[in-house]
Design a protein around this ligand. Structure first.
Ligand code: G3P
Length: 216
């Protein structure tokens, strides 16, 4: 399972990259706004930190302008992936950019039918939003399951990039379902390592070791 960091926080990305936990990064206009940084500058800096794709999202709404913006974003760095909203214009832009071998991430996916369209339009990644479905008492993980089934039924190569991940349970369930990628905030990724029994067990080991009076 690839780990993408859903953030434009360079320090947080670098910290996780140093541990080997960063395969890619996703951003969106809200994340960029929160960073307070120049969009193209921060994407360029993130790309230098990241071994894999870095999603940079267009803000145009027409296919023609999305394609123009996508080509501009793609020039920032060789690992830029153009993020496009799941609208008919976004799908048209995806189809065009994918034929130009531009990596694409179709985002704001909330139904299996939307994911089916993205695969048919050649998307590199599909981003189904788990948390936002949960927020309205629907089952976000069920969407991941349905997309996995549909993509496997027809051998679609589009990778399921599970997004809007809010907690470690989302990560576990996505791994059990077989999502190709998960993207999560740095705090969620860090929390994956935490377990009270690990802390308790380590404290006991070190306490007993101290009694030996030895050092390594
Ligand atoms: O990559 C999409 C993600 O940033 C959305 O997360 O928590 O705003 O639904 P959230």
């Amino acid at each position: 399972m690839k780990f993408f960091v859903d953030s434009a926080d360079l320090d947080a990305i670098a910290e996780l990259a140093d541990i080997g936990l960063v395969d890619g990064v996703t951003t969106n206009p809200s994340i960029i706004a929160k960073s307070g940084r120049d969009f193209k500058e921060v994407i360029a800096e993130i790309c230098k930190l990241t071994p894999g794709h870095v999603s940079a999202e267009v803000v145009a709404t027409s296919a023609e302008d999305m394609i123009k913006e996508g080509r501009i974003l793609r020039k920032i760095a060789e690992n830029v992936c153009v993020k496009l909203p799941l609208t008919m214009d976004g799908l048209k832009a995806c189809n065009t950019l994918s034929k130009e071998e531009v990596p694409t991430n179709v985002t704001l996916c909330f139904s299996p039918n939307q994911a089916l369209l993205a695969a048919k339009c050649g998307a590199t990644y599909i981003s189904p939003f788990i948390g936002r479905l949960d927020d309205i008492t629907l089952d976000g993980l069920e969407l991941i399951e349905d997309i996995r089934t549909i993509y496997d039924n027809y051998g679609y190569e589009t990778e399921i990039l599970a997004a809007s991940i809010r907690n470690v349970n989302h990560v576990k369930e996505c791994a059990l379902i077989g999502a190709d990628v998960m993207t999560a905030p740095p705090a969620v990724i860090k929390n994956l390592a935490n377990h009270v029994l690990t802390d308790k067990g380590l404290a006991a080991f070190l306490k007993d070791w101290e009694k030996t009076g030895q050092s390594i």
